[in-house]
Design a protein. Structure first.
Length: 69
């Protein structure tokens, strides 16, 4: 089964959007994570579980930081 050129272009665009959204998280991970261990955990989550789970983890870190201050 051959994919049409339009479908291939659509898939390429979706992939580029996905990569861009993950790359946008990298500065946030560095800013939010107070320790290297948490940064590593955030990257592990991003790689293995995806952007949504990583954002959830970062939000939980922010909540915990606000409670501690």
């Amino acid at each position: 089964m051959q994919l049409s050129v339009d479908k291939i272009q659509e898939l390429e665009q979706q992939h580029q959007d996905y990569v861009r959204s993950q790359q946008n998280l990298i500065p946030a991970i560095a800013d939010i994570c107070p320790s290297l261990i948490q940064e590593v955990e955030a990257f592990r989550i991003l790689i293995y579980k995806g952007e949504a789970e990583c954002r959830r983890y970062l939000r939980s870190l922010l909540v915990n930081q606000r409670k501690a201050s």
